[in-house]
Each structure stands twice: as C-alpha cells, then as structure tokens.
Write a protein that binds this ligand. Structure first.
Ligand code: ASP
Length: 324
C-alpha cells in the first residue's frame, strides 16, 4: 500500500485524530466519548474507505455484520492495484503469491486460511472453512483443494506489476522484507452484532512458507460479541507474540476504550521489543470497535490510518502513535 500511503500524504480528505475526544449522541440519545458513530458502523485498517463503504451498503440492505466484513475485505482482495492483499499482492522470495485470511462471527465461530495460492478471495474461503468444516484453519495445498471443491476458480494472482517489482527486488539481492499491509475490517450491525475479517498477502518477498498474524485468530483479528472486536496490521511477528487483537478485546473487557486498549497493545510491543525503536521501518497498527460503536486505533509510528463508514458518511481517522 505504498500508493495508499503516498495518496494519504497528499490527501484532500481531512484526517481526524483518534486521540481527540468529543461528545456524540448515540441512537439512544446516550452521550459517549471518542469517535463514536451510531451503529451500524464499519471500520477498517488503512485507507480502505471503498471497503467500509461496501460493507455499509451490505448492512443498509439488510445484510449481517458477517456479510459486511466479507464484502469489505473482498474489495482490496480483488484490486490489482493493491499490492498487499489478494490479487496483485507482492509475492514471496520465489515469486509465489501466498494469501492469509481469517473471519469471525458474533457467535464466536471462526475460519481461516494460510499460505493459500491461486484464489483471489481468501476471505470467502475462510468463511467456507468456518461454515462448512469442523475446523478453524486450512493451509497450503489443503486450503486450495478445499477452495476448488467449493467452486472457487484457480487464477494467476501475480500481476505484471508485482512480477516486475519482485524481479527488481530479487536482482538487488535485498534480504529485508519489503512493503506490507493488510485489511482488517470490523462491522457492528443494527442488531448489535460484531464480526471481523482480516486478509493479506503478507510481507512482500517473505521467506517461502512464512505466515504472519493476519490469519491467526486472536493475533490478526478477534471478536467477542459481548465486548467488541480488534484487528491488526504491520509486522505480524510482533502482533503474534503479544496476541494483539485478543489482548485488545480483553483490555476493553476491563473497561478500556478502543483507543486506550489499542494503545496498551502498542505499549506492550514497545516494552517487550524496545529494539524496534531503532528500526524506522517497523510499523504495527491496531483498530478496535466496541459494542457501543466507538472506534479507536493506535500505532507504533505515524502514517497509519483507519477508514470508518457510518450510515451517512465515510471518513478517515489518523490515529495517534507512540514513536515520534
Ligand atoms: N500483518 C501482515 C503480516 O505480517 C502484514 C501487514 O499488515 O503489513 O503478514
């Protein structure tokens, strides 16, 4: 999402700081603080406004929060210009596009796929894993076989652009992973149900076989319908080691706002892995949504963003961050 970041820097859209607290009235007339859109609400990591809008459209047409997060995640998955999710994602070191995704519903059901190749919409395969199998996660060839059995089409996901960039990267013999980002998306529907989804092609030019946080329930995304949901983007190794999304939901259970809970997760990463302060590239960003419809986020470094769609408007939040 290099393009997305560049776009953000010159964006004409106003960015609202998530650290700013302001009173809003919910549908019930109750006063709540923070960014608290009335439900339904859909929120996603990065400038995925087209995804949150797609999710909101589903909700406004009577669809469930689960339908909404799936529809939202499918937007960047199907976009060849998005080089970090689905079709068009940058490949691993050997030129293979391998995809990771997970989904969770309000009943606590979960599905995930990892190291899935050739299928454009891993989020929909993850949903099938949740709905049609007794398992939570399928990986690699088994996930592909299941997807084909379910009627998904086998496609070449390596676009000319991604192949060119990968070849350039390979010729320069870089060892560090390249660009990365993820869509994590959460929706709260009119009935008060929260669902979440997460989808990525992972770190660009990653080691073959590498799987990040995004398809790991509790790390890349977690939902508990009593409390709310959370999801993550950034260096998955860090998110996995603190089980980031689960931690955030539990912090909200203890009374923290989404913003506070996300900040606590970032602070834990920095406390446990202080060496990341020296690596200017290391980014982790969290997003959380609670049952009241409050959205919050926090990141290790600047330049993280969150898209939010409410019933009548869509906007970007530029969350506060730790390392200045
Ligand atoms: N979290 C993803 C991964 O580690 C990448 C990202 O969001 O930037 O695979």
């Amino acid at each position: 999402m290099v393009n997305r970041r560049k776009f953000l820097q010159g964006s004409v859209f106003s960015l609202i700081s998530a650290s700013v607290s302001f009173p809003l009235k919910g549908k019930s007339g109750r006063k709540v603080s923070g960014n608290a859109p009335a439900r339904p609400v859909v929120a996603a990591t990065w400038d995925n406004r087209n995804a949150t809008e797609a999710g909101m459209k589903v909700l406004l047409n009577g669809g469930s929060a689960l339908d909404a997060v799936e529809a939202g995640a499918r937007i960047p998955e199907g976009d060849p210009e998005d080089t970090s999710v689905g079709f068009g994602g940058y490949p691993d070191r050997e030129g293979r596009v391998t995809l990771d995704a997970c989904i969770m519903d309000e009943k606590g059901n979960a599905g995930a796929v990892t190291y899935l190749q050739h299928i454009k919409h891993p989020i929909s395969v993850a949903r099938k894993v949740m709905e049609k199998t007794p398992h939570v996660m399928l990986t690699g060839d088994g996930a592909l076989q299941f997807a084909l059995e379910q009627g998904f089409e086998k496609e070449n996901l390596l676009t000319d652009h991604a192949e060119k960039v990968w070849k350039e990267w390979a010729s320069e013999e870089r060892v560090k992973p390249g660009n990365h980002d993820t869509i994590g998306i959460l929706a709260l529907d009119d009935k008060g149900n929260i669902c979440g989804a997460c989808s990525t092609s992972g770190l660009a030019f990653k080691m073959p076989g590498r799987v990040g946080d995004s398809p790991i329930i509790g790390a890349g995304m977690y939902v508990d319908n009593e409390i709310g949901g959370a999801c993550a983007t950034g260096v998955g190794e860090l998110v996995m080691k603190i089980v980031g999304s689960y931690m955030i939901v539990e912090m909200m259970r203890q009374g923290n706002s989404p913003l506070q809970a996300c900040r606590l997760a970032v602070e834990r990463i920095i406390r446990k892995y202080p060496e990341i302060k020296k690596n200017g590239d290391t980014q982790v960003g969290f997003l959380a949504l609670n049952k009241q419809g409050e959205v919050g986020g926090y990141s290790v470094r600047k330049d993280y963003s969150i898209a939010v769609s409410e019933q009548t408007r869509t906007y970007l939040i530029n969350p506060d961050f730790h390392i200045r």
